[in-house]
Design a protein around this ligand. Structure first.
Ligand SMILES: Cc1cc2nc3c(=O)[nH]c(=O)nc-3n(C[C@H](O)[C@H](O)[C@H](O)COP(=O)(O)OP(=O)(O)OC[C@H]3O[C@@H](n4cnc5c(N)ncnc54)[C@H](O)[C@@H]3O)c2cc1C
Length: 220
């Protein structure tokens, strides 16, 4: 692929001006999130399962219990659709019809393959961990051989993808701008709260790590 131009499957039909197929835009959205929804079909029934991810280069990594149906199904090389959504605001128009949302989203199509080998799996898990809380991996105990065995890791090549972005105020019918209705945008953002220490935290570990403070500052 296929960056900068859609394929027949990733071409956005509705409001195509909001579409963007550049690597820069797609990776910018992927790197600002860590939660995706994975769509796949089992025996004719579609499922869309939320899960975490990490990106390194042109690869998206998913992980989970080796017993997970999602991971077992994906490892079989089935067609999947992975979606990432960042919700930036609720767009309140003067008419019910023109209400909308401000967002940045990515849709990726493809087939994932299992990551094999302890070193390769560990590196992919580091990528996922760093995507969620940068700096955490360095501090924690790394997965044991047994834990790696219990964990399935999958790699999806980011090869067929689209981004769609809406920004800005509502767009109303010209005659509606005179209506006596408040209109505008209610901004939304995912925010961290203050870290809550584990009740069993050893007092010698009481100081909140700098990387968590950094993560909090980034989101405020
Ligand atoms: C937070 C949020 C709220 C939304 N609310 C609504 C709503 O209430 N009603 C509504 O109709 N639409 C909504 N959308 C837009 C919706 O995601 C689709 O873009 C829309 O349904 C039009 O799809 P289509 O027929 O053009 O594309 P389809 O024919 O369904 O899709 C063709 C291809 O376009 C690409 N594509 C489509 N949508 C997106 C997307 N959002 N991001 C990245 N790639 C995409 C995919 O590659 C897909 O394979 C919302 C989107 C977001 C992120």
């Amino acid at each position: 692929m296929a960056f900068d131009a859609p394929t027949s499957r990733t071409r956005i039909n509705r409001l195509p001006k909001r579409g963007d197929y550049s690597r820069e835009t797609i990776y910018g959205i992927l790197d600002a999130a860590f939660l995706c929804h994975v769509g796949f079909v089992v025996e004719g029934q579609p499922y869309v399962i939320p899960t975490g991810y990490g990106r390194a280069g042109d690869t998206l990594y998913l992980h989970g219990s080796a017993a997970s149906r999602m991971l077992r199904t994906l490892a079989g090389g089935v067609d999947i659709c992975v979606t990432v959504t960042l919700l930036d605001g609720i767009v309140l128009a003067r008419s019910a019809f023109n209400h909308s949302m401000n967002y940045r989203s990515v849709v990726m199509l493809g087939r994932a393959t299992p990551v094999e080998g302890d070193a390769e799996k560990t590196e992919a898990l580091r990528v996922v961990s760093e995507q969620i809380v940068p700096g955490r991996w360095e501090q924690v105990r790394k997965p044991s051989v047994q834990e790696l065995k219990a964990t399935a890791v999958l790699a999806l090549p980011i090869a067929e993808a689209s981004a769609k972005i809406r920004t800005g105020p509502p767009v109303d019918e010209e005659e509606d701008y005179a209506l006596d209705v408040w209109a505008g945008v209610l901004p939304l953002a995912m925010k961290t709260g203050a870290p809550v220490p584990d009740p069993r935290l050893d007092p010698k570990c009481a100081k909140v790590p700098e990387y968590l403070e950094r993560a909090r500052r980034k989101q405020s």
